[in-house]
Design a protein around this ligand. Structure first.
Ligand code: PLP
Length: 386
């Protein structure tokens, strides 16, 4: 009766992706840069995957750079942008970026950061964005496509348009978009980032799609692979698995969208039984699979453990912040007190999650709540890392 409800953290490897990787292990293990026919075959299969991905993204194969995941991609872009900028220029970004953007921005840009205000619905405030864009000191903009905790979709098309119009480079971490929303509708920006393990591909695989304006991008030096943009022998196996997984996920988008009905019923059932439960970002446009809850009592880590014992895997927020006492960037940006970080539970499903699975999850939450009350738990306790 249990079920995995943490798909925004990661997904298992899809069978067809696994088969592509296993085939690659046997057939395409050669170094694609070596000068013999078997290596040319390996190179060829890598380039075919690049073409497939580019056509899903509606771009040219030359614009695609394969990386070792989204953290690497985000770090290298933020670092590259800081290299391009002058000392009096700043990076304009949303306050609820993933830590792989936020922490990299603090590291590489120091205090040369400007944050866009956010609205109560979990999006950035476009009016504030427009005002800040009037400053001539903006070197680049970084706004994620979809927030990993709330699932709220950001107004990235408007941002892309404004950046293109004013000649400012735009970096968009779209890790939570791919596999959930159509790749062909992803915003046109200068640095677009995707992450294999969010759509049933392998971990440690990701990509950047560049525009003409960001063509000079270069992260790792040495070897000249990926057209000199990321030196290092290409990981053909993971690329094969990742692209196969994305092509498959694209076929399930309408099933994914229908999760919203079950998710909404789950939220209604929960707020009926556990009054004062808040749902963060539910007035914004959200992914169909995500529910970011603020539970009125008892520490989130205790909820997560109790639910786990019942067979349901949920998280306290993004996997990267689980176990940390600090509040999530989203909750802070939306003006919640730091205490809220100890109340948040994120639930995220996939296209195959059934109505029954959601119903069982509702029941499990309600049972845990009743158990806590009967045991009269002491409410908030110390956070213990998991
Ligand atoms: N960006 C976002 C929005 C994410 O949700 C994640 C996943 O946790 C990442 C970046 C990091 O991706 P990776 O695990 O490939 O480094």
């Amino acid at each position: 009766m249990g079920c995995y409800f943490d798909y925004n953290a990661t997904t298992p490897l899809r069978q067809s992706a696994k088969s592509a990787i296993i085939e690659g292990i046997d057939r395409y293990w050669q170094n694609p840069s070596s000068p013999y026919v078997s290596s040319a075959r390996a190179k060829n299969v890598l380039e075919t995957s690049r073409e497939t991905l580019a056509s899903l993204l509606g771009t040219q194969p030359e614009s695609v750079v394969f990386t070792g995941g989204a953290t690497e991609a985000n770090n290298s872009i933020i670092e590259y942008l800081s290299r391009l900028s002058s000392q009096n220029q700043v990076l304009l970004l949303s306050p609820f970026e993933h830590p792989s953007v936020l922490d990299a921005a603090r590291h590489f840009w120091g205090d040369r950061l400007r944050f866009i205000r956010s609205k109560a619905n979990g999006t950035i405030d476009l009016e504030d964005f427009s005002v800040q864009m009037k400053s001539s000191s903006i070197a680049a903009v970084s706004v994620m496509a979809v927030n990993n905790e709330t699932g709220v979709i950001q107004p990235v098309n408007e941002i892309a348009e404004a950046c293109a119009g004013s000649g400012v480079l735009f970096h968009c971490d779209a890790s939570q978009w791919f596999g959930k929303l159509s790749s062909s509708r992803v915003p046109r920006c200068d640095f677009l980032v995707g992450c294999g393990h969010k759509f049933w591909g392998p971990k440690g695989a990701g990509f950047i799609s560049l525009s003409d304006r960001s063509d000079g991008f270069c992260s790792q030096f040495g070897g000249g692979q990926e057209r000199g943009r990321r030196g290092g022998t290409e990981n053909i196996l993971l690329v094969l698995g990742m692209v196969e997984a994305l092509a498959f996920a694209e076929k399930r988008l309408s099933d994914f969208a229908s999760q919203a009905t079950y998710r909404d019923r789950f939220e209604a059932g929960l707020t009926d039984h556990i009054p004062a439960t808040e749902i963060v970002g539910n007035t914004g446009t959200r992914l169909a699979n995500t529910s970011f809850l603020l539970l009125p009592d008892y520490e989130n880590i205790r909820w997560v453990r109790k639910l786990d014992l019942k067979g349901f895997q949920v998280s306290t927020g993004s996997a990267c912040s689980t176990g940390k006492t600090s509040s999530s960037p989203v909750l802070t940006a939306l003006g919640f007190a730091s205490e809220a970080g100890r109340k948040s539970v994120r639930v995220s499903s996939w296209a195959d999650t059934s109505e029954r699975d959601w119903g069982n999850l509702t029941q499990a939450f309600n049972e845990v709540w009743t158990d806590f009350q009967n045991a009269d738990g002491s409410g908030m306790t110390e956070v213990v890392s998991i």
